[in-house]
Design a protein around this ligand. Structure first.
Ligand code: PHE
Length: 446
């Protein structure tokens, strides 16, 4: 007999866990820099529309399938399929999702490891350990290996403890702290010289860019990655929601939290970059765009923080604590996907499954660390730009074309008896059936 499945004990617990999965490195550095290089508020505006019109319906598809089947992605997709061919497709999609999310975790863990190293750096400086500080901030194989292992051990530890004692408990502690730290940092950074230029770059729209296909592609990719879609994360979290929860409402709260925190992160990162500019730090790359990605977080911001003197040390601790928390609440949701599969499908004990799978993913991370240049970008691109959108497409097809509409309705009705007469049921089925798959394919072939 398999062990009984876990369940989130409260709506708050689920919201913290799901928004914790959604809010990650993608929000805090992906979103702001995407916005800055794509016409500021024009990107913000497009992102908001895409997040609610396309990503939210796809998120709902995963949550509903998950709660109905109360199982891991492979079993869940097979449960809603009929006929041998669709059941085979279900196996394939579920399995590719598990492999994809494991590879996403393998590169995510490396970047999260950098965040932990940069969190310890100001502490080392505070203690006068300048050699240690130099080691922590110097991009080297040894440092990267140690910190990815450390990060993965924490992720494994939380997942071993299960849904209630691990995921829910830690997300409920970490997410409120994340929001408080983010707000404090925004308030502080906005008082510094140059911050208003950053806010302007972020919030004043350049509408000439709004029809630019690359803006649409970036905004769509950002929305899907940010809501953790396509790889079964939201499906497995959905499978732990109690039957009497109102799914359309809690789904929209997750989307609102994710978008809200991304927008807030923009109010921190862009002003911070322009504060850095005002203090003489280079913020533009060779092509004239704003420095984005790792360069922004591990070079521009630390350079800014060192110009701030004593207070910079505390701002650095707060900022990298924020990044580490954001990473951790996402990484646990990633590891939960293969672990839930192993526990339910192969009747492995949770602790063992978390340890075995977590270790295997850590080994992949180490292989990437040792072969960074050829592998890192490749893994990021294949998982997030190829696999994730295609899987998102497949989930929409399963929810709208393969699964029976009456069953979907019954499932939602459990926690929302009036759904049939509401706006959700008037719009959502049409969206997942036609708009979402077409839009995903259009973007994909861009
Ligand atoms: N949503 C996370 C972020 O924004 C990344 C993620 C992708 C998490 C896929 C889980 C699954 O950083």
């Amino acid at each position: 007999m398999a062990a009984p499945r876990g369940e989130f004990t409260s709506r708050f617990g689920f919201l913290m866990a799901a928004s914790g999965s959604a809010v990650g490195l993608g929000n805090i550095w992906g979103f702001p820099t995407n916005a800055a290089s794509n016409g500021g508020a024009a990107f913000l505006f497009t992102y908001l529309i895409l997040a609610f019109a396309l990503a939210y319906p796809a998120l709902m598809a995963e949550l509903i399938i998950g709660r109905y089947a109360r199982a891991n992605a492979v079993t869940a997709l097979r449960t809603i399929s009929s006929g041998n061919k669709t059941r085979l497709a279900a196996l394939l999609v579920g399995f590719i999702g598990i492999v994809t999310v494991s590879f996403i975790l393998s590169f995510y863990g490396i970047v999260s490891g950098w965040m932990i190293a940069f969190f310890f750096d100001p502490i080392a400086r505070l203690l006068g350990a300048s050699q240690l500080s130099a080691w922590l901030t110097n991009d080297a194989v040894m440092r990267n290996s140690l910190f990815v292992v450390l990060f993965m051990l924490v992720t494994i530890y939380i997942i071993s403890a299960g849904v209630k004692e691990g995921i829910e408990k830690w997300a409920s502690r970490l997410m409120p702290s994340l929001i408080v730290i983010l707000l404090l940092l925004i308030v502080y950074v906005l008082t510094l010289p140059g911050a208003m230029d950053g806010l302007r770059a972020y919030l004043v729209p350049d509408f000439s860019l709004i029809a630019d296909p690359s803006l649409l592609v970036d905004a769509m990719g950002q929305a899907f990655f940010s809501l953790s879609l396509g790889v079964g994360t939201m499906l497995i979290y959905g499978s732990y929601i109690s039957s009497n929860e109102n799914l359309p409402t809690i789904g929209s709260l997750v989307a609102l939290l994710d978008v809200g925190i991304a927008v807030m992160a923009g109010m921190l990162i862009l002003p911070a970059m322009y504060v850095a500019l005002a203090s003489g730090v280079e913020i533009y790359d060779d092509a004239g765009g704003l420095i984005a990605g790792p360069g922004l977080i591990v070079s521009v911001l630390p350079s800014l923080l060192t110009t701030m003197g004593a207070i910079g040390v505390f701002v650095a601790i707060a900022f990298f604590a924020l990044m580490t928390i954001a990473s951790l609440t996402s990484s646990i949701s990633m590891l939960e996907v293969p672990v839930a599969y192993a526990v339910e499908h192969h009747e492995l004990e949770r602790r063992r499954a978390a340890m075995l799978i977590g270790s295997a993913i850590t080994v992949i991370s180490l292989v990437i660390v040792f072969n960074f240049d050829p592998l890192f970008d490749l893994v990021v691109t294949v998982t997030t730009e190829v696999s994730q959108p295609l899987l998102g497409f497949a989930f929409c097809i399963f929810a709208a074309w393969i699964w029976q509409r009456s069953e979907i309705l019954e499932e939602i009705k459990q926690g929302c008896p009036e759904v049939e007469s509401g706006i959700f049921w008037k719009i959502w089925p049409f969206y997942v059936k036609f708009i979402c798959p077409v839009a995903i394919l259009v973007v994909y072939f861009q």
